[in-house]
Design a binder for this molecule. Structure first.
Ligand SMILES: Cc1cc2nc3c(=O)[nH]c(=O)nc-3n(C[C@H](O)[C@H](O)[C@H](O)COP(=O)(O)OP(=O)(O)OC[C@H]3O[C@@H](n4cnc5c(N)ncnc54)[C@H](O)[C@@H]3O)c2cc1C
Length: 553
């Protein structure tokens, strides 16, 4: 079946639009990764019946011999190439963007709802999903669930996997079902079904039960992980329940497409105080982290001198997006940073430990206690007593990757070692080795470092001229060297951004062949024809990386 025939077939099958104009295909050929893939068609489903019809027709075409597949897409802010495909894009933000009911401790949502709208609705009930990513202004719920996103509050609250309760999904044969926690008796009932769903329950129960020891041994022992399939999350050790929604979370649209989610929410604390640490000697970072964590900061974030210098450069642009009053007050608050840059006094690292509590006195007390605990290290520190004062630090931290994506004289923000996680206790050994390794490549790129310092999650973003073959080559040469250090430190290759095109080929290095074989079996059980986002999570190659890296800024 050629593209023309498939388009006609899909047009007949769905209520939503099927498009292939050049402008749409160009837009859908990019996310925020360093890759490009141009799709054949883009479909905007109107509801679950449309999603089901798309999956059925693509499956039928595949069975008839066409080399077609599909990839789900929500806001397209993925940093790994997750929503990119040469097949059919199923795009959710156009129509499937309805916010559902917000209950006393949960919310229902469709995947195309932008997080900013989701949050508006939950805050009306004084509730929040605390795993929101730094891309909170531009990302949608589809990718937040499918990437198992995390963010600045993950240190205290965990990632999206903890909050996902139920997912309405379309399976690879086009059938629809609801994945939720099943008691052992309910699981046995499901296993009796003579359908794809029944087969999934039978085979996944067997796979998880028979390989329980291997799965537990290979589960990354860090505070956050988005690599591989979360086989370790399916069976709840305390309750004995079996919930496949926990496996779909983080699977990047490779096992099922989700169309409605039930997410648990928390009541956010009302008050915050921030201890800001301006650090020049990063050798004492491990000691600082060790002393800050016992005070249980809600967030413990950081950004480096390059990030701050870039932020100062783009202050006028950042302020332009705000109202006049806010722009003036924020502009004034950035004067000290501008002076730091002008006088060459930018610290190597800025650390932000934020303490949240129900009263400002308690938040402030904990910031002060942490300040006192660090006193003998003779650091340059400051306590920001309210959220207005700490806002400028959050703006720089949250905007750090977005800032890098501005036009920087042909240099491209290239996320390929962008999401490492190591146990924080490994900093003393790990950081000098990482710095030495990055220094070897200093003729190829400069880089910024920002991240969730409290849970060992570092975002390193090199700025590169990707038009040069030798620089593109560095991506494949350096990544395994960095991952080798990360794995030896007991870490993982991705804490929240996920595997996508850029990290799937490194899964054997991280998990070993036996565990990767289980990921392969999982994929075959859910999606025997591999029509859902092939090459992500399972089957991706180094050739994919080489072929699809963009070559211009
Ligand atoms: C400036 C910036 C900062 C960022 N900061 C963070 C951060 O702090 N933490 C973090 O986790 N990430 C971060 N990201 C990456 C990205 O924004 C998040 O992972 C986000 O959750 C992706 O959401 P999206 O809707 O844009 O997903 P998309 O890019 O649309 O898709 C992401 C993946 O989800 C799949 N998918 C989408 N919808 C569905 C569906 N309905 N069913 C099945 N699969 C689906 C896609 O196929 C793809 O594999 C950042 C990105 C940028 C640009």
């Amino acid at each position: 079946m050629d593209s023309f025939e498939l388009k006609n077939t899909l047009q007949r099958a769905v209520k939503g639009e099927v498009v292939d104009d050049a402008e749409t295909l160009r837009k859908m050929s990019r996310d925020t990764s360093l890759f490009t893939r141009t799709p054949e068609l883009v479909v905007y489903p109107r509801d679950i019946l449309d999603v089901s019809a798309i999956v059925r027709e693509v499956g039928r075409a595949r069975k008839a011999g066409a080399a077609v597949s599909l990839a789900a897409r929500s806001a397209g802010t993925d940093m790994t190439g997750g929503p990119l495909t040469t097949g059919v894009v199923v795009s959710f933000t156009e129509h499937m963007n309805h916010m559902g009911h917000v209950g006393t401790d949960y919310a229902l949502t469709e995947p195309g709802v932008f997080y900013r709208d989701f949050e508006k609705a939950t805050l009306e009930k004084h509730l929040i999903l605390p795993s929101y990513p730094a891309s909170r202004g531009i990302a949608a719920m589809g990718g937040i669930v499918a990437n198992n996103s995390g963010g600045e509050r993950t240190l205290e609250y965990g990632k999206t996997e903890k909050y996902i309760e139920e997912l309405e999904v379309v399976l690879s044969d086009g059938t629809r079902t609801l994945f939720k926690a099943l008691t052992p008796a309910e699981l046995e009932e499901k296993k009796k079904l003579q359908t794809l769903e029944g087969n999934i329950y039978r085979e996944m129960d067997a796979l998880i039960t028979e390989n329980a020891a291997l799965i537990e041994a290979r589960r990354p022992k860090v505070l956050k992980n988005s690599a591989g399939y979360a086989l370790w999350n399916v069976r709840n050790a305390e309750t004995g329940t079996f919930n496949l929604a926990k496996l779909i979370c983080g699977s990047q649209g490779t096992l099922a497409l989700w169309t409605k989610a039930k997410l648990n929410l928390v009541k956010p604390k009302e008050h915050r105080a921030m201890l800001v640490i301006f650090l020049n000697d990063i050798t004492i970072l491990p000691e600082i982290v060790k002393r800050v964590l016992p005070e249980n900061p809600e967030s413990f974030e950081s950004y480096d001198d390059h990030t701050l210098t870039l932020a100062v450069r783009f202050i006028p642009e950042m302020l332009k997006q705000m109202g006049f009053r806010k722009a003036v007050s924020l502009g004034i608050s950035f004067i000290s940073e501008a002076l730091m840059v002008a006088t060459g006094g930018v610290p190597k690292l800025i650390l932000m430990a934020e303490f949240a509590a129900d009263t400002i006195e308690e938040a402030d007390r904990r910031a002060k206690a942490t300040h006192d605990a660090l006193a003998d290290l003779h650091l340059d520190m400051k306590i920001e007593k309210d959220e207005k004062e700490s806002e400028k630090y959050w703006i720089v931290r949250r905007e750090s990757f977005a800032l890098l994506r501005k036009n920087l004289h042909g240099l491209y923000a290239a996320p390929f070692i962008d999401d490492l996680v190591i146990p924080p206790k490994s900093y003393p050994d790990f950081l000098p080795k990482l710095n030495a390794l990055l220094a070897e490549y200093s003729s190829h790129f400069i880089y910024t470092l920002a991240g969730h310092i409290g849970d060992g999650n570092l975002h390193i973003i090199p700025l590169m001229d990707l038009s040069k073959e030798e620089n593109r080559q560095v991506i494949l040469e350096l990544a395994p060297k960095v991952y080798d250090l990360v794995i030896k430190a007991g870490g993982t290759t991705t804490g929240e951004h996920n595997d996508g095109i850029i990290r799937t080929p490194y899964l054997p290095m991280l998990f070993g062949d036996e565990m990767v074989a289980l990921f392969g079996k999982t994929k075959d059980i859910f999606d025997p024809l591999h029509i859902f986002n092939p090459g992500k999570k399972v089957g991706g190659t180094f050739e994919d990386i080489k072929r699809d890296i963009i070559t211009t800024a």
